[in-house]
Ligand binder design. Structure first.
Ligand code: GLC
Length: 438
């Protein structure tokens, strides 16, 4: 009844309207259907992003919160993954291989770009950024996101390893920070002998990507190399590599490093050093703010320097770092690019670095007064980043790394002699790279 009354009323009203008015009503109804209704019923777009658990917290507190406040139509859903970068890579890879990956943004380690780009899993970002915009970032970080001349990953943060030392203990005993492998051993043993500290040196010795990152620094410190990306020459069975292994094994044999180091990843070594159990630690810059937290046993007692090397050789720092790509399978590439633009902006980067102590990928931030006031070592860190070595940027990187991880771990844990292990690693790597050439 009521409905038919309403319809009659509407009919009467329409009869009174001129043709022009009727057309106007039609246009209004059309506009309402096309624009207003969807806006009222629209759900925010959610961008999924997988990252290591220690990274997730600083992201949630800073970048994500700020971005969502500025972009109410876009949500960022961070999925916490395992700590080891190679396990995270496996998760991303299998989701892309199986198809229908849930991830829109791809949080990528600096070593993944060639593989992910060659597999066709990422959108080409080359035309989204001008060369001038890219020039604001560290060239090596940009290189780490490029494959066959195209850009697939925007750098979010850089990373370069360093040697942390207990400045209080070294100062009190009259030592300068060590420059050579031998000095590192001597200072450690002297401090241990005088009961100043339980252990000398902690490093990452578990079979995972971090082992390789640590090892290429020791290799470079002895003048060796892993794979030359230019001609694919393999240096694993050279005497320099064996010297590097001998040094690491010796740290354990001499009681300078705890036997457990062969099972440690970054976080185990940080906790060890932070609780005051060792004089030296090889790690990434993320350790600095954590080791200087109010509840840290070594707050205000540490210094950093470049990695040690053999006399006459160069110190090696492994270039690490993370950046964002967009999954080709994402249904929200525009929103994903908007997020990347914000996360890589100067404003967002500065806040992120101030709160998390990460290494900037934008060069200006290394000298930003507020950042330098908080992290006095950043101008020096820029030099370390600039001279850091990229792990070989080859599409078969993850397989090459897996080979080295397996055999190096076997040598360090006495399951194989270093000579036999490195001969096998070199042969397998050559076969892998030759197969790639064919
Ligand atoms: C850090 C580095 C990354 C490296 C990893 C190894 O996260 O940034 O590049 O692969 O450590 O554990």
């Amino acid at each position: 009844m009521l409905f038919s009354k309403l319809v009659n009323k509407a009919k009467k009203l329409l009869r009174k309207l001129t043709l022009v008015h009727r057309l106007g009503v039609l246009v209004l109804v059309f506009l309402g259907l096309v624009f207003i209704l969807p806006a009222l019923t629209q759900q925010p777009v959610t961008l999924n992003l997988l990252m290591t658990a220690p990274d997730a917290q600083p992201w949630q507190q800073g970048l994500v919160k700020d971005f969502q406040e500025k972009n109410p139509g876009i949500r960022i859903n961070i999925v916490e993954g395992p700590n080891a970068t190679n396990l995270l890579e496996d998760l991303y890879s299998s989701s892309f291989l199986l198809g229908d990956s849930p991830y829109d943004l791809v949080n990528m380690d600096v070593i993944w770009t060639p593989k992910f780009a060659a597999a066709g899993w990422l959108l080409d970002l080359t035309n989204k950024v001008t060369p001038k915009e890219l020039a604001a970032f560290s060239p090596k970080d940009v290189e780490g996101g490029t494959y066959e001349g195209k850009l697939y990953r925007m750098p979010i943060r850089s990373d370069a390893a360093m040697l942390y030392y207990r400045k209080d203990l070294l100062d009190a005993a009259g030592y300068k920070p060590p420059e050579t492998f031998q000095q590192l051993m001597e200072i450690s043993q002297a401090l241990q002998k005088d009961d100043k500290i339980d252990w000398g040196y902690v490093w990452q010795g578990r079979q995972y990507e971090g082992l390789v990152a640590m090892f290429i620094e020791v290799m470079q410190g002895y003048g060796g190399f892993w794979v030359n990306p230019q001609n694919l020459e393999v240096g694993l069975d050279k005497p320099e590599t064996l010297n590097a292994i001998a040094f690491l094994k010796n740290t354990i044999k001499e009681g300078v490093s705890p036997p457990g180091v062969t099972t440690y990843q970054e976080e185990e070594t940080r906790r060890f050093f932070q609780s005051g159990k060792s004089a030296f630690l090889r790690s990434w810059p993320y350790v600095w703010p954590l080791a200087n937290q109010p509840d840290s046993a070594i707050k205000g007692k540490i210094g950093i320097t470049t990695m040690v090397h053999a006399p006459g050789e160069q110190s090696g720092a492994c270039l690490g770092g993370w950046g964002l790509g967009i999954a080709k399978s994402s249904r929200h590439p525009e929103e994903a690019w908007k997020a990347i633009q914000y996360f890589t902006s100067e404003e967002a980067q500065k806040q992120f670095i101030l709160s998390a102590g990460y290494v900037p990928s934008r060069r200006d931030l290394f000298k930003d007064p507020e950042i330098v006031a908080k992290y006095g070592h950043y101008p020096k860190l820029l030099e370390v980043v600039d001279s850091a070595v990229l792990r070989p940027p080859i599409a078969q990187y993850s397989q090459a790394s897996d080979i080295l991880q397996r055999y190096l771990s076997a040598a360090l844990t006495n399951r194989m002699t270093p000579e036999r292990a490195m001969k096998a690693a070199a042969d397998e790597t050559r076969r892998l790279l030759n197969a790639g050439k064919a």
